[in-house]
Design a protein. Structure first.
Length: 428
């Protein structure tokens, strides 16, 4: 068994319906699999408690999005970097004029005690900036971001990867200028744990090379640079005003066909914005935008009946997922292919897979199809395709938007602190 010390938040470790998740957790679990051992998770109650707990032997390594700061390097040994980030100013949209360190003079900057944000602000003060910093004892980063959105505080500081993701959940915030140069995240071990550190470095080298790291990263941070304020504000509003009416139907249909209900809800929003009477110019109807031919094949009697439309739409997605032609794709790759087939038809997806093989790309990965589907817009490629011309950029955008909505829905279901999580108390 190997024991990881981490934090209980949406980017390190959390539970959803008793299932452990989180970017750092998924990496740590992959590391345990790499070693061929089980993983034990220990949660540090405070940021500043992680290194003392590591020093006292309460865990083998720290995986918590830790920046490799000079102060921390004096206490622990860091692995090779696995992410490059910058610390950014976070303000409300009303305060977009606050863009750089100079603009922070006269403002109160709120950060959690013991974080790299505190260290960087102390460095800026030592450089001569007249900054006012209010330190909070173990307030989660997201809570400070939410307080900015609610205009309870004016400024906080957040790492770029977290900031851009959380902007989806709190769209009225602005990720403003950076307060320093690019920095690196790494896992930390006791300075004497030389063999373990080497294994961690070998692990990161392997998962960077074989694509595992990118797959884990994309589960949490894919397309974080894409941000449409109006669209996301509308989505958050309609989650409150429209989704509840259809929730039980979505959950029933998703459970029947073995899908995550949040994925179905995200797809439904992309299709119809939760409008039961939605009609497209292409002749698709209802919440799941069924064509009349598809609805008829699935036994739908009233295409605008919400219950029938949802159940038939989820059945149609399952039929796409079960296609024999997709059977070698796994996980999200297979799901994305099914979603693309739902959007443009299975024939075009098959053509894209065939083209991938011709281009010596792996036809069982979505990354390959994201390259070949757009090519089917050009005569050079679609003239030899069995199903002809395809608006191949549309399914790429379709899947991307669904995953953005899905990420927001996942975030709303995070569960913190359960009795089954080992909680490390601060070390005096």
């Amino acid at each position: 068994m190997v024991t990881v010390i981490t934090r209980n938040n949406s980017h390190c470790y959390y539970l959803y319906r008793d299932q452990a998740m989180g970017f750092e957790y998924d990496l740590a679990k992959a590391f345990a699999d790499f070693l061929g051992v089980n993983l034990e998770v220990k949660i540090a109650e405070k940021w500043e408690g992680m290194i003392p707990n590591l020093s006292n032997g309460n865990g083998a390594f720290i995986a918590a999005g830790s920046m490799k700061t000079p102060k921390r390097r004096q206490q622990v040994a860091f692995s090779r970097e696995y992410l490059t980030i910058q610390q950014h100013i976070i303000v409300h949209r009303k305060n977009k004029h606050i863009k750089n360190v100079s603009d922070l003079v006269g403002k109160t900057i709120h950060v959690c005690r013991g974080t790299s944000y505190q260290e960087r602000l102390e460095e800026l003060i030592a450089e001569g900036y007249d900054l006012t910093v209010e330190l909070h004892d173990d307030i989660p980063t997201e809570e400070l971001i939410q307080q900015v959105e609610e205009e309870k505080i004016e400024v906080t500081i957040v790492d770029s990867n977290i900031a851009f993701r959380y902007r989806r959940y709190h769209p009225r915030i602005v990720v403003s200028g950076a307060i320093g140069s690019e920095e690196h995240l790494g896992w930390a071990v006791h300075p004497n744990s030389v063999r373990l550190l080497k294994k961690i470095d070998n692990f990161f080298e392997e998962i960077k090379a074989n694509g595992t790291f990118n797959r884990i990263y994309d589960q949490y941070f894919a397309h974080v640079d894409d941000f449409d304020f109006v669209d996301l504000r509308t989505f958050h509003w309609r989650l409150k005003t429209r989704l509840p009416k259809y929730f039980s139907i979505i959950e029933e249909a998703a459970q029947k066909h073995e899908f995550d209900w949040r994925m179905i809800a995200a797809q439904m929003y992309q299709e119809s914005h939760f409008d039961p009477e939605a009609r497209s110019h292409a002749g698709a109807y209802g919440l799941m935008q069924l064509t009349r031919s598809t609805a008829k094949s699935l036994g739908v009697e009233n295409i605008l009946d919400s219950t029938q439309n949802i159940h038939a739409g989820v059945q149609h997605l399952r039929n796409m997922y079960n296609l024999y032609d997709f059977d070698k794709a796994v996980g999200s790759d297979r799901l994305f292919m099914a979603l693309a087939a739902y959007n443009i038809g299975q024939g075009h997806v098959k053509d894209a897979r065939k083209l991938a093989r011709q281009m010596n790309l792996d036809p069982d990965t979505w990354a390959s199809l994201a390259q070949t589907l757009p090519l089917l817009r050009y005569q050079k490629y679609y003239k030899n395709a069995a199903y002809g011309y395809c608006r191949g950029t549309e399914p790429i955008e379709y899947v991307k938007q669904i995953m953005i909505y899905y990420d927001i829905l996942r975030h709303q279901g995070i569960e913190y602190r359960t009795d089954r999580t080992v909680l490390l108390k601060p070390v005096a």
